[in-house]
Design a protein around this ligand. Sequence first.
Ligand code: HEC
Length: 248
Amino acid sequence: MGELGLNKIFGALLATALGLMALMQLPGLVFGGEAAHHGEEHGEEQTLSQKMCGQFHYCVEIAEAASAGGPAEPVFDLGAALAAADVTRGERIFAGQCSTCHTITPGGANGTGPNLNNVVGAPHAHLAGFNYSGAMAATSGEVWTYENLNDWLKSPAGYIKGTSMSFAGLKKDADRANVIAYLAANTENAPAFPAPAAVPEATEGEAVAAEGETVPAEGEAVPAEGEAAPAEGETAPAEVPAEEAVPT
Ligand code: HEC
């Protein structure tokens, strides 16, 4: 009876000790005890993201995905911009920035610049009666497509060197799209806007290709993770007793 009682007490103490050890281990498990211990030892040289990367291998893939999505964004999609264009705003911009030199009503008088009625789809220097610059006249074989108008209005002198249109250009993509939509609204049988899908398709094509590149990369990462997972499984139990050994 005496032996049994002692055993019971000893057993209870052991159980309590084990329970306490488990409890002491708990915050470490929750808050990353490994990192905390090692942080003390190595002077917190690990950043949080590095810890995350150490514990969750997909952190690298997130960074890759972000950089892959980055360069595709700045591509200006004229088709999408025109589809979203606001003709009323275009009219306002025209009134504020173009009407000093241009009329746009049918048969409107030429000013410093030519009348711009029916200009979309027309050849460069589209009005026979207007005194165009030699530079503009030299390009009369070209047509005012939406793309050309966009380039022209972005930087007239950049598009046609030596043009007599002294206008700095509309730097904002939306402003140009709105004005071009307004020019189209004042063009009889204006050609259809370029499909918004055309440019995005190109970028999506790149994106798909890029994704196509990242997919095999991810495919590589998956087996890597597959390898890492069992490795972690092996190291985890190995490190836990090691850490227990430090305090005791
Ligand atoms: C300071 C006067 C001036 C302003 C402001 C101006 N233009 Fe012009 N524009 C001209 C002149 C001059 C030409 C002819 C250029 C040449 O012959 O080289 C021209 C030509 C053009 C043409 C080509 C016409 C054709 O028949 O080929 C378009 C399109 C055009 N302007 C649109 C615009 C729009 C849109 C704006 C406003 C955002 C604008 N312009 C602002 C003076 C101006």
